[in-house]
Design a binder for this molecule. Structure first.
Ligand code: GDP
Ligand code: MG
Length: 162
């Protein structure tokens, strides 16, 4: 079975940007499977010989009422269907209460989670990553999704986990 990797995190942290990076390889295709709901996007990608399915749990602009409840529901569904969760946070915003809430939910779920600090372009990756260790979800991986920086190494690390 191909591993399923879900991207979770609050709006605007860069989930869709990373999704596009992870699925733009030559054989990327959007999966067209029955039962997939419209607020998520599925794609196929690979790193070397390692194929994976990626799920973007997007669909929130951040403007809606009840955004926290909607995030919790998206996170719950992502955990249910994924082998591996990439929990994205934003280096420019720093650690937010919404990040803490999602982290608490993920810790309680027992899912295999990796914290991804995005938007580290132009920043010292080690410095901006440090505060996210407080999420107590283990190792923190800095990337810059728009530039693809760190993405290949990230997926190699995921491959070793799954
Ligand atoms: P989503 O809501 O989590 O899916 O976030 P998006 O992928 O739509 O990205 C939100 C905004 O952050 C967009 O304006 C992106 O261009 C920007 N963004 C995403 N990744 C990066 C990054 O690595 N560096 C910077 N500087 N901006 C980024
Ligand atoms: Mg999105």
């Amino acid at each position: 079975m191909i591993p399923v990797i879900a991207l979770v995190g609050r709006p605007n942290v860069g989930k869709s940007t990373l999704f596009n990076q992870l699925t733009r390889s030559r054989d990327a295709l959007v999966a067209d499977m029955p039962g997939l709901t419209r607020d998520r996007q599925y794609g196929i990608g690979r790193v070397g010989e390692f194929p994976y399915m990626v799920v973007d749990t997007g669909g929130l602009s951040g403007e809606e009422d009840g955004v926290d409840r909607a995030m919790a529901e998206q996170t719950r569904r992502a955990v249910a269907e994924a082998d591996h969760v990439l929990f994205m946070v934003d280096a420019r915003d720093g650690l937010t209460p919404q990040d803490e809430a999602i982290a608490e939910q993920l810790r309680a779920s027992g899912a295999r989670v990796r914290v991804i600090v995005n938007k580290t372009d132009g920043l010292d990756a080690d410095v901006v990553s440090a505060e996210f260790y407080a999420l107590a979800l283990g190792e923190v991986t800095p990337i810059a999704a728009t530039h693809g920086r760190g993405v290949r190494g990230l997926m190699q690390a995921v491959r070793e986990d799954v």
